[in-house]
Structures are given as structure tokens and as C-alpha cells.
Design a protein around this ligand. Structure first.
Ligand code: NZQ
Ligand code: ZN
Length: 385
């Protein structure tokens, strides 16, 4: 096992009826800016619960944060936060609202252009940020218990990430009843996203880490069992709760302790969203099978372990077993209604060239061994044509 340091200070408040507890978590004298998305919280009653709970607090609102949140939108919220001397941000929504809120939290206390925080430029680290609380309405990203954020600059079609412990929420409220109002597509996206988060931290190479491996495998198995139940019956509270906690556990740093991490599927997926607006989870369903196929030698031991322990693949030679593990993975995504090839999303072949040019310009070396260059990115995407 590799050396590691691990600290996760996010307080989780989990369960039915927990949304009003935001009241006791936010300092009484706070000047709050509540951030939210396109209006789902007004339809499912979450907005009303927050307004009631925070009655009497000094309270501003910023709505209209779009999925794959835009830098341009966040800059408007930063302006408002600065103008009103906001002291606390409350994110109410899915991963996009929370990622945007993290960017706003850091940007509000920064004098320069906060795009400086985003990776590939590595100009500045976040040194301070406004405190954040979250009410999560969509299990998927793990943003509620990590310090990561992904922001899109609409003007240049760039989707970039940054991470800092400064933007980890002080608390996150996870009420599984929020799942009841999710459309099928968002449930499926969330299951795939959480599943691939686990694989980014698991499908690498062995470092003798049986506890992390088995944590990871338990999350995968739970998603395989509970995801379809949520899709079949949106009012199944227990399935919703298990789905929600799986997604949080998939990306709160625990299963990454002491093991190598990949994240190349995500980096490539972000480009598909940047150029074609494809939902994040869906981009992963496209890229992951190509990644497993092209990196089958590097990842051989862990793909075989995954195939056997998760899908019961035990017969055939190694290549046949790897093929079977890829087939099973594709089958799972498709069973959730998530297509896994580029043509199914009308992505033309020329997009592959645009994406590889970007990685070439950035001199990117992706993957757990930093050995995926732009040419291999092209191979991985061509595998999905
Ligand atoms: O905007 P509203 O009206 O709220 O509707 C949203 C949105 O249209 C809707 N929704 C959310 N909760 C709902 C609901 N509809 C009905 N009932 C509810 N309870 O769902 C739509 C999608 O929401 P969004 O927040 O975009 O989805 P998700 O949580 O999947 O977030 C995706 C974003 O997170 C980033 C992705 O790149 C993408 O930008 N990621 C963030 C990560 C992180 N911070 O650690 C890691 C991930 O790998 C990912 O990259
Ligand atoms: Zn993801």
C-alpha cells in the first residue's frame, strides 16, 4: 500500500426529513447566499423547506446555475457575493450547483480572475474561500463530501477542474427523498458517474490494498443492485438511500487512500461535454469501455479481479476474461438506458481530432502511469465509434 494522508472534515446529515437542519448548522449572524439551479427545487418542495427553515436569516438568492456550470454565470454570483458582503454560501441542488458554489466561494475572496484556479493553467491555489453548506438533491458526483469542482467556460468551450480543501462543504444534508423527483435520465447518469468514480480509483494496478479494493467492490455491487431498483420505483426510499450513500462514498477520498488513481476517463469525458454538451455520466459510459480495451495490458490484474469479483467472470484466457468484463460493464450501462458509443450521441469522427489536438497542446499525460498521450486518447475514442 502507498503512503497517504487523509482528512475529510465534511459533516454529513443523512436521512428523511433532514433538510430543516440547515438552520442549526449556519451561524445565526451569517449573511447567506443560497445558490440553486434551473428550478427543480421549486417543483419538489426543497426550496420551500429551506425558506421556512431559514426564516429570519439574512438571506439572498442566486438561481439559474446550469448543468455543467458556466464560469460566466458564476462570475455574476461572485459579483453579488462581493457587493452584498455575503459570509455563507448555501448550495441547494445537484453537483453542478455545488461545484459552481465552490468556485463562487473561492472567487469571492480572490482579487484576480478565478479562472486562474482551474487546472491546466496551475496559476494559483485557492488560499481562502467563503464557508459552504450543501443540500444535495442528486446523488452522483460526490461533490457533497469532497473539495473538487468542475467549471465550463462557455466562451471557449473549455471544461476544467480544480480542487482545494478550502472549498469542502462545512456540512452536507443528504435527504434521499430528493431522489423521488429525479427523472430516469438523471438517476441513470448518477449511477454511472458513481460507478466510474470507483473504477477510476480501482482499475489501475495492484498495490496490495485489500481493504480499499473491497470497499470499492462493495460500492460497485451496491450500485449494481440498488440502481435498477431506484429506476424501477422512484419512491423506494431504501433504494434511494443506498444509492445516495454509495455515490457519496464513491468520491469522498476514502477508497483513494494509498492506491493509484487514473481519472483519464473523466478528463476525456469532460471534452465530450465541452464540445457536444453530453451529460457528464453519459460521457463516462462512452469512454470507459474504450479505456479498458486500450489499456488492457496496464490494467490487466485489476480488470481480471473486477471481472471475477463483480461479474463472476472466471472462465477463458485472460484476454477473453477482459473482453467479458468490458461486455458486462457495457451491458450494465445500457440496462440503465445509457448508450455507450459515439454515434449514438451523434458525435462525428472529426471531434476525435479536436479532442486529441487539445491534449497535444496541453502536453497531457493521463492515467495512473501518466502514459496516455494524445495519440492514445485518439485510440480510446476511435474504439467507441
Ligand atoms: O437545475 P435544476 O432545475 O436543479 O435541475 C437539475 C439539472 O437539470 C436536475 N435535478 C437535480 N436534482 C433534482 C433534479 N431534478 C429533479 N429532482 C431533483 N431532486 O438534474 C439536472 C442535472 O443536475 P446536475 O447538478 O448537473 O447533475 P450532477 O449532480 O450529475 O452534476 C454534474 C456536474 O458535476 C461535475 C460534472 O462534470 C458536471 O459538471 N462533476 C463534479 C465532480 C466533483 N465535484 O467531485 C466529480 C464528477 O466527476 C463530475 O465531474
Ligand atoms: Zn464523474
Amino acid at each position: 500500500m502507498n503512503n497517504f494522508e487523509y482528512k475529510n472534515p465534511v459533516k454529513i446529515i443523512f436521512g428523511k426529513g433532514t433538510i430543516p437542519s440547515v438552520k442549526k448548522e449556519i451561524p445565526e449572524n451569517a449573511k447567506i447566499l443560497m445558490t440553486f439551479g434551473g428550478g427543480s427545487i421549486k417543483k419538489n418542495g426543497v426550496y420551500k423547506q429551506i425558506k421556512e427553515a431559514l426564516n429570519g436569516f439574512d438571506f439572498f438568492e442566486f438561481g439559474g446555475i446550469e448543468p455543467n456550470p458556466h464560469y460566466e454565470t458564476c462570475m455574476k454570483a461572485i459579483e453579488l457575493a462581493k457587493k452584498e458582503n455575503i459570509t455563507f454560501l448555501l448550495s441547494v441542488g445537484g453537483g453542478s450547483v455545488l461545484d459552481a458554489t465552490k468556485f463562487i466561494a473561492a472567487g469571492a475572496l480572490y482579487d484576480g480572475d478565478p479562472w486562474d484556479f482551474l487546472s491546466q493553467r496551475y496559476i494559483v491555489n485557492v488560499e481562502k474561500a467563503l464557508p459552504i453548506g450543501a443540500v444535495l438533491t442528486l446523488p452522483a458526483t460526490g461533490s457533497e463530501m469532497n473539495g473538487n469542482s468542475v467549471i465550463t467556460k462557455a466562451a471557449t468551450q473549455e471544461k476544467m477542474a480544480f480542487g482545494s480543501p478550502e472549498v469542502m462543504p462545512q456540512f452536507s444534508v443528504l435527504d434521499p427523498e430528493c431522489v423521488f423527483s429525479l427523472p430516469d435520465r438523471q438517476v441513470a447518469n448518477g449511477v454511472v458517474d458513481a460507478f466510474v468514480h470507483v473504477l477510476e480509483q480501482y482499475l489501475t494496478y495492484p498495490v496490495n490494498s485489500p481493504i480499499q479494493d473491497r470497499f470499492a467492490e462493495s460500492i460497485l455491487t451496491t450500485l449494481i443492485e440498488e440502481g435498477p431498483k431506484v429506476l424501477a420505483d422512484r419512491n423506494d426510499y431504501n433504494a434511494a438511500a443506498n444509492f445516495m450513500w454509495s455515490a457519496t462514498m464513491a468520491l469522498n477520498g476514502l477508497i483513494a487512500t494509498g492506491v493509484p488513481q487514473d481519472w483519464a476517463t473523466h478528463m476525456i469525458g469532460h471534452e465530450l461535454t465541452a464540445f457536444h454538451g453530453i451529460d457528464h455520466g453519459r460521457t463516462l459510459a462512452i469512454v470507459l469501455p474504450g479505456m479498458m480495451n486500450v489499456k488492457r495490458e496496464n490494467k490487466k490484474d485489476k480488470i481480471l479481479q473486477y471481472g471475477e469479483r463483480i461479474w463472476g467472470v472466471s472462465s477463458g484466457n485472460d484476454d477473453e476474461k477482459i473482453n467479458k468484463a468490458i461486455e458486462k460493464t457495457i451491458g450494465f450501462f445500457e440496462s440503465l438506458g445509457v448508450p455507450t458509443t459515439l454515434p449514438e450521441y451523434d458525435v462525428p469522427e472529426k471531434t476525435i481530432g479536436k479532442i486529441t489536438t487539445r491534449f497535444q497542446e496541453r502536453k497531457s499525460k493521463l492515467g495512473e502511469k501518466a502514459d496516455i498521450d494524445y495519440e492514445q486518447v485518439g485510440e480510446i475514442l476511435k474504439d467507441r465509434l
